[in-house]
Design a protein around this ligand. Structure first.
Ligand code: ZN
Length: 494
């Protein structure tokens, strides 16, 4: 095949169709005259890329790198199976300014996680859609473009196939699905431009259970907020918790399915950890609490290993105050003992503290008589258990074991996030732990962690969280826990 006289160079992340259209225009041809297959999904795209490479006298690999099929399945599905992946179902998205002037369409615009053009910036539009398909908006503000940039970073070629990348795209979809289902015109709270965009939309897509939305506006009002939430643990907890609360009030199939999927892990209750059965002599408040915890254990699968040493609230800062930490530890210990079924075992408190990694205090031994549980404390403990369930059960025991010897973690995060503010290994390891499985540390270290956290910019914070998360996903916990992983947990299967 003879190469064409005018051969435009492919631009970064340009789709095969976009390059074909520009090639045709440069050679004064109609795109059909290039003889490229125009249908056939991802296979058709491969044939088109091979043919176009010949017309442009380019190595085939140069075009195949920017084919949709070069994306991993979590983004574009496999063959006809595209449920709950990011490829948007209908016509192409294009930039109202950049595509207008250059004809270029980027590959990432074919994913519902990328509704903005970051170059100009603009909200993308659907090609072929009438002018009224979406509201005309002001250019996106910095909150929106920053959120889009955070999401887009994961699409960079060197990060796309890095460990943990696929899980993050799947996580983002799950969160979007949940938030879209419970969203309305007031919730979630959105920054200015996204808020105005939402107000201008006549129809917001709430059901993402099969496919992401087809229009850039519908995607933008959900995906940007969810992208921000994934970069910030407290934000994510708050958004997930509020969404589940809103869905809990509803009684349709979609809501029930989502609450089931997000509200608790998939672990079946373990035979070994039946909570104690209250007897007629058990103090009434404790008896009621034990029964409620048993119910959660049976229906939602919560077990002692799902308890972090500090079961923080979404509103808690990274380093809670000393009094707050003591209170959180008390709740964790009580809940651990109740779930272990060892209330009347004199060694139970020491065992729970040991398992949770909370230093033991000899003077407190024996403090857990039945009378130690008043109605207020019982309510706190039950609320803690309910929140752990609502935010998705995580194998904190496994995380603690992996975080206990942080050498590999430190090497991984320092390698992947090079320009960090100067800090000691101890502080960096503690920072990672407070995000992954909050728990005790020396007072001086906690003060330094707070300083370090304040010195991070949002992008560094995101990179650090990603690096730590993907490292922890990739290392196996020490052997004794391997069996429990057969059950899967929210953390591992997310
Ligand atoms: Zn643009």
């Amino acid at each position: 095949m003879t190469p064409l006289p005018v051969r435009p160079a492919p631009l970064p992340d340009e789709t095969v169709a976009s390059l074909a259209a520009r090639t045709a225009v440069s050679n004064h041809l109609h795109p059909n005259q290039l003889g490229l297959p125009r249908t056939g999904g991802l296979r058709g795209e491969q044939r088109a890329a091979a043919h176009l490479a010949q017309l442009l006298d380019l190595p085939h690999e140069q075009l195949s790198a920017s084919m949709l099929s070069a994306y991993p399945p979590v983004l574009r599905g496999t063959g006809p199976r595209q449920q709950r992946t990011w490829l948007h179902p209908r016509s192409e998205w294009a930039c109202p300014r950049c595509t207008q002037s250059s004809g270029v369409i980027r590959r990432r615009w074919q994913l519902s996680l990328h509704p903005l053009c970051l170059a100009c910036p603009s909200l993308l539009t659907m090609t072929g859609a009438g002018p009224r398909a979406e509201p005309v908006t002001e250019p996106p503000d910095t909150a929106a473009t920053h959120a889009q940039r955070l999401i887009a970073q994961g699409l960079d070629p060197e990060r796309l196939h890095a460990a943990g990348a696929h899980r993050r795209f799947a996580d983002l979809y799950r969160l979007c699905e949940l938030v879209a289902a419970s969203a309305d015109n007031e919730w979630p709270h959105l920054p200015g431009w996204e808020h105005d965009l939402r107000a201008g939309l006549t129809h917001a897509r709430t059901d993402w259970s099969h496919r992401p939305p087809a229009t850039p506006g519908q995607a933008a009002i959900i995906v940007l907020e969810c992208g921000r939430a994934l970069a910030d643990t407290a934000h994510r907890r708050r958004l997930t918790g509020e969404a589940i609360e809103r869905l809990d009030d509803r009684n349709d199939d979609l809501a029930r399915a989502l609450v089931r999927r997000h509200g608790h892990g998939t672990s079946p209750p373990s035979e070994r950890t039946q909570p104690s059965t209250p007897s007629s002599r058990t103090q009434p408040v404790l008896a009621t609490l034990t029964r409620s915890i048993q119910r959660l254990h049976r229906s939602r699968g919560i077990q002692p290993r799902h308890i972090p040493a500090w079961p923080v609230d979404p509103a808690d800062p990274l380093v809670p105050t000393r009094e707050r930490r003591q209170e959180l530890e008390r709740r964790a210990v009580l809940l651990h003992i109740l779930l272990s079924g060892r209330w009347h075992d004199p060694g139970a408190e020491a065992h729970a503290r040991d398992e949770l990694g909370i230093p033991s205090r000899v003077r407190r031994r024996g403090s857990l008589t039945d009378g130690a549980i008043d109605a207020m404390r019982a309510a706190h403990v039950l609320r803690t258990a309910e929140q752990l369930v609502a935010h998705g059960l995580i194998d904190h025991h496994g995380l603690r074991q992996r975080l206990n010897s942080p050498r590999g973690l430190l090497a991984a995060v320092r390698r992947r996030v090079p320009a960090l503010p100067a800090t000691s290994d101890d502080v960096l390891a503690t920072w990672c732990r407070l995000h992954q499985s909050p728990g005790p540390a020396q007072e001086a270290t906690l003060a330094a962690v707070r300083t370090f956290d304040q010195a991070l910019d949002p992008e560094q914070r995101l990179h650090l969280l990603e690096a730590a998360g993907s490292y922890l996903d990739d290392v196996d916990p020490p052997a004794p826990l391997a069996v429990q992983h057969a059950h899967g947990t929210e953390h591992r299967t997310a």
